[in-house]
Design a protein around this ligand. Sequence first.
Ligand code: ADP
Ligand code: MG
Length: 242
Amino acid sequence: MPLIALEDVRKRFGENEVLKGVTLRVEPGEVVAIIGKSGSGKSTLLRCINGLETIDDGSIMVADAKLGSSELQLRKLRLKVGMIFQQFNLFPHLTVGRNVMLSPIVSKKAGTAEAEALARVMLQRVGLAHRFDAWPSELSGGQQQRVAIARALAMQPMALLCDEITSALDPELVNEVLGVVRSLAADGMTLLMVTHEMRFARDVCDRVVFMHQGRIHESGPPGEIFNRPATPELRQFLGMIE
Ligand code: ADP
Ligand code: MG
């Protein structure tokens, strides 16, 4: 059974139909890259999956729960699916450890000791256990993004959605963040990531989905998508000469 299943999902903003019937299944432990031009609907797709946006038509299932539009359902869904953004948005007035502890305390009603233990484990996982008491401003962008990953992991999500999480980083900091994602993938985490890192998508992902004008235009194993793109749109996106 897929962990995430989208069936003919449609989403519009006013007159602008941004998702024009997207069907996608992600199996447990699968690592899927979403590529495509700016404006093709990649972020909207992720935001619909974790309930930050409601959908106009179709259905989204996460595990066995159908995504309806009631606030309660959306809130439950967000607890199951973690999301990491381009901007890390750590709370500047909280230490690294407190940033990671916050969600379990607020959303899962974890006690302080339990949340702290969990935060230490998750910071260990991203290689930052020793920065528990540091302030976000003392960390590099790459380290801050790794804390954001630990913060998402502290909710013990069934899947992680990553939206261009290395795009705001200086080039020399990209690899430390991708390294963490790579290790999560190796541990069996289900990942759905919008990325411009084609090399990474080729090396780490099980499947690549190419979005074009609100639709999944092509999808397949990285070898196929990158070496034998079937459509002119994908060839153009990949910078291949027509
Ligand atoms: P991508 O992530 O592939 O760049 P997006 O999903 O961010 O694409 O955007 C797809 C389209 O939806 C764009 O035309 C964008 O302007 C529009 N859009 C996204 N979010 C909103 C919003 N909250 N309100 C209105 N239009 C939006
Ligand atoms: Mg986007």
